[in-house]
Design a protein around this ligand. Structure first.
Ligand SMILES: [Zn+2]
Length: 57
């Protein structure tokens, strides 16, 4: 399928930030957390993607 203007629609291996709808690559086990520019961090917990607000420092 082609999505020339797939706005905020994640492809396979991607997910959408629940806060700002930005699309990110899905992390794999052992990867560092995905830090969204909106301030939310996404990490894997037992293979499940978990989002949480965290300050980097
Ligand atoms: Zn975000």
């Amino acid at each position: 399928m082609s999505h020339p203007h797939a706005a905020a629609k994640p492809h396979e291996g991607q997910f959408t930030c629940q806060i700002c709808a930005r699309v990110h690559d899905q992390p794999r086990a052992g990867d560092p957390p995905v830090i969204c520019p909106c301030g939310w961090w996404y990490h894997l917990d037992n293979g499940r993607l978990v989002g949480a607000f965290r300050n980097p420092f």
